[in-house]
Design a protein around this ligand. Structure first.
Ligand code: GGG
Length: 357
């Protein structure tokens, strides 16, 4: 029995709706396993800009540092999409949080529930057995380098930077994870063109002999994009840079059936943050139709990684599995054969998972 403090940071759009379901599941786990979870909440993203002018207010950051773990939703707002010159943006809150908390490794498991095999647009025989763990580097690359305009604003630049230290620390995490799985590591770069990728490859090659039990391959990012669809089973652990990881995991979400199924854990040296990989999805915000399973599965990662509660985490994953086996779906994972009465909204899907706990 443990006492833990969890900060709930729903953010924007459907982040609000799905995070409420993740918290519901954490509450049930605490009751079922005799733990005490205390909660606080905080603002980030557009919601924080509206309230304070700052996408990551100091009070939010302070609460994050003090929490045992953070359950995060999403950031974003369409108004900024049509205003490329906006100086303050919701995403700055997310990036600053990663930098300030030192969240350098973003783990994105591509977990395919068997029940969703038929729903995917990829053939079941190609998908069956696919199980990939992505390590996306999270505090470097083009996201954090110098950016700006020159030539009277007619030329824009973003500088991509990686140090040996940054590559090595995430590579070691990925090697260690591969050791606990099928012992295969694929490092993804663009070393035929990009200098940061050449350093990336050099570092992986240098430390690989320390992990002789792990089979290492290097792939270019363009080839990886193709192979993920052609033969997803060939991958076990994949480690890659921030931008490549952002793009490849959205693609890989189709292996799991939907962006609404993918959870993530951002880990570093302090408080870890757990969130769906999807964004704020304002096109469906307020309609109560968003898939809460990515948030619920993020809560499962939180239990396992931050609290070491393996049985509790597995109970959540099993509950999700049972709900899917019973035929319940949100709209994003339903197919033509799904009966209308099995297509649920956000809260009803959360309730079904709860009922299995
Ligand atoms: N829950 C993930 C989220 O809010 N994503 C929106 C976003 O701005 N993503 C950029 C990134 O992950 O680097």
């Amino acid at each position: 029995m443990a006492t833990k403090h969890i900060l709930i940071v729903p953010g924007d759009g459907i982040g609000q709706e799905v995070t409420a379901e993740g918290k519901k599941i954490l509450d049930r786990i605490a009751a079922k396993f005799g733990h005490t979870f205390t909660y606080d909440d905080a603002l980030v993203g557009h919601a924080a800009i509206e309230a304070t002018g700052d996408p990551l207010p100091a009070v939010t950051l302070e609460k994050m540092h003090k929490a045992d773990a953070v359950l995060f939703g999403a950031v974003g707002h369409p108004k900024y999409d049509n205003d490329p010159s906006a100086k303050v943006r919701p995403e700055q809150g997310l990036l600053k949080m990663r930098k300030e908390l030192g969240l350098y490794a973003n783990l994105r498991p591509i977990k395919l529930f068997d029940e969703l095999l038929e729903a995917s647009s990829i053939k079941p025989e190609i998908l069956r057995g696919a199980d990939i763990l992505f390590f996306r580097e999270l505090t470097g690359d083009i996201y954090f380098g110098e950016k700006g305009r020159k030539n009277n604003g007619d030329t824009a630049f973003d500088i991509a930077e990686y140090s040996r230290f940054e590559v090595e620390r995430i590579a070691r995490k990925a090697f260690e994870a591969a050791r606990t799985r099928r012992k295969k590591l694929c490092s993804v770069d663009k070393a035929n063109v990009i200098e940061t990728s050449r350093l990336w490859r050099e570092v992986i090659q240098k430390i690989a002999p320390e992990y002789p039990d792990v089979e290492v391959e290097h792939q270019f990012v363009d080839a990886t994009a193709m192979l993920l669809i052609k033969d997803p089973k060939r991958f076990d652990v994949v480690v890659t840079a921030n931008l490549f990881g952002d793009i490849l995991t959205d693609e890989a979400s189709q292996i799991a059936g939907s962006m609404g199924m993918l959870a993530s854990a951002s880990i570093g040296d302090g408080t870890c943050v757990y969130e769906p990989i999807h964004g704020s999805a304002h096109d469906i915000t307020g309609k109560g139709v968003a898939n809460p399973l990515a948030s619920i599965l993020s809560a499962a990662l939180l239990l396992d990684i931050s609290f070491g509660m393996k049985a509790e985490s597995e109970a959540v994953i099993e509950a999700v599995d049972k709900v899917l086996k019973a035929g319940f779906r949100t709209g994003d994972i339903a197919d033509a054969k799904t009966p209308k009465d099995k297509i649920l909204g956000t809260a009803a899907m959360g309730d079904q998972v709860l009922a299995q706990l």
